[in-house]
Design a protein around this ligand. Structure first.
Ligand code: SF4
Length: 205
């Protein structure tokens, strides 16, 4: 499968400390997408499932890991691989939050692999990003996206998380720069470029 990044602990996309997995590849090209660097799959991101699971073990075995988030890119563009990943992860936690640009109706009528993924997902946030509908709604980039509690017992936990405060951003220092995680505001790219410019840093195209 094509995996662009793994981060821990992600604390701004769902309750608790979460293992975050970003799958590469999304031909949807939503205007204003905050992860456009993950639109293309890349050869160097290819990793077999058993190799990935081995790498993830130190995080999966941690007593303080509260859940998992799988995003991208759009994970459902690798539906068969996503299903196998979900199947491998579900024994570690029920709280697996997945983001996709597909709508739930499309997944429900989609390929067998797409439908099978729903068996192991705890919470699904669906729909493409629509910049005009980016209004700060909890956990979602835009208001057209919906939250589905596929494991209903998770609902109270997520509602408490959302009631605790607005969306936040968390920055991770990685080998080749900074990865900014979370639900970004509509103008975040301009605001970031302006803040950087004031500090003498020019962010290129
Ligand atoms: S579906 Fe998600 S990753 Fe794909 S272009 Fe839209 S916002 Fe970006």
């Amino acid at each position: 499968m094509n995996i662009a990044r793994v981060l821990y602990p992600v604390q701004v996309l769902g309750p608790g400390k979460r293992l975050g997995i970003w799958l590469a590849g999304c031909p949807r090209r939503c205007r204003g997408c905050s992860n456009s660097e993950l639109w293309e799959k890349q050869e160097q991101y290819e990793i077999p499932l058993d190799g990935l699971m081995k790498l993830l073990q130190p995080i999966l075995q941690r007593a303080d890991m509260d859940g998992i988030i799988i995003t991208g890119g759009d994970p459902f563009f690798q539906a068969e691989e996503l299903f196998l990943l979900l199947k491998a992860l579900q024994s570690y936690t029920e709280d697996i939050l997945v983001y996709t640009g597909y709508q739930m109706q499309e997944i429900s009528k989609g390929t067998p692999a797409m439908r099978d993924c729903l068996k192991y997902i705890g919470v699904l946030i669906d729909g493409p990003y629509v910049a005009e509908e980016n209004n700060g709604c909890h956990l979602r980039g835009s208001a057209n996206q919906k939250i589905y509690y596929l494991k209903p017992k998770l609902q109270a936990r997520y509602e408490a998380y959302m009631a605790a405060g607005p969306n936040r951003i968390q920055n991770f220092a990685v080998a080749d720069g900074i990865v900014s995680v979370g639900i970004h505001t509509r103008n975040f790219q301009k605001e970031l470029a302006e803040a950087a410019r004031k500090r003498g840093v020019i962010i290129g195209e």
